[in-house]
Design a protein around this ligand. Sequence first.
Ligand code: NDP
Ligand code: MG
Length: 387
Amino acid sequence: MTQPKRIAVLGSTGSIGVQTLDIISEYPDRFRASVLVAGSNVDLLVAQSMAHRPDLAIIADCSKYTFLRDSLAGHGIKTACGAEAIADAMELPEIDTVVTATVGYSGLEPTIRAIKAGKDIALANKETLVVAGELVTRLLKESRTKVIPVDSEHSAIYQCLMGEEKRAIRKLIITASGGPFRTKSIDDLKKVTVKDALSHPNWSMGAKITIDSATMLNKAFEIIEARWLFGIDPERIEAVVHPQSIVHSMVEFVDGAIKAQLGLPDMHLPIRYALGDSSRLPTNERGMSIADFSHLDFYKPDTEKFPMINLAYHALKTGGNTACIINAANEIAVAAFLHGQIGYLDIRKVIEHALEEIPFIASPDYNDYVETNAATRAFATSILSSI
Ligand code: NDP
Ligand code: MG
């Protein structure tokens, strides 16, 4: 029998990370967690390590390291801490596939290191492609790494493209639930609270992506992600609002046919598909009964109410470090919104100010992205109190 695939779960304590470990547990003959990486939730990382017995457990927050080391001492699990240790670990021979389920910019460096080491990637961390899509795509061309998307929309498109030729694609159609504020008026949006924004109608996800879904910047990020993953020009990628989140995305072909992938809004499915290397692993989990859905609705997004969707086209047209600026400003603004420092509509203002202030770089290299990210974060932080 072949050995189980050895998986590094980057962000094992988060929403995608926990669901990834569910899938690893569901197929113990096929998969094994060999490296677990968390941000700061050391209690959960210890519990996951005791359950999964990885070769290595890493915590990004070094102030929690002593607890991690002492808790796992004598169990044959190595421990480490900090961003450098995380990036270095991506090259370990004990890894076949890296699941990038960390949130935000922190996914970029380890993903690049995993690509350089030729590891396969199950990509959840869309910010990697938002921040540095051009660079990452270039590195992928020189590497044996295979990327399979985890993001439900991109997994759906990937599945629709099986057996199809790239030149047969007319359009990628990315579905969007519309988030919790789909039916609110522009006036209502001035008054929404953190609790309102965290109440996603269909998906249970980490806080940052839930806020991105409420502003619909998540959909802009997904358009950028699709552009780099599938090599399709932005004018051939469109978003369509589909409140039920049953059709996970679609591809229109040159003969007019449209293929879609349907399923319940449950990330276990795209994670299972990505870990299974695009083969369909049987599961006892309940599927959906199509007859339960008497109608599925689709309509054009309201870009007056959700103008952030258009940032995708702006960023892709302008190129360079533009999307990196948008991402960094958004990370600061979303954290500030979650802490009650700024309002919902201020998130967009922070991004717009950053786009005006931070110098444009047409052909950024890796260090330019690092500097753009740092400069944008500093600038965005400095304007929070006066926004
Ligand atoms: P969560 O906030 O739930 O989890 C984030 C994970 O990253 C946690 O394990 C966290 O650790 C860890 N982390 C945070 N900062 C660092 C760091 N500096 N270094 C290492 N690890 C860190 O996020 P989600 O699971 O919701 O999302 C993860 C990624 O997947 C995002 O890019 C998101 O856009 C994408 N995605 C998520 C979907 C979902 O359904 N949740 C759907 C599609 C895409 P800790 O908690 O220990 O601090
Ligand atoms: Mg998605």
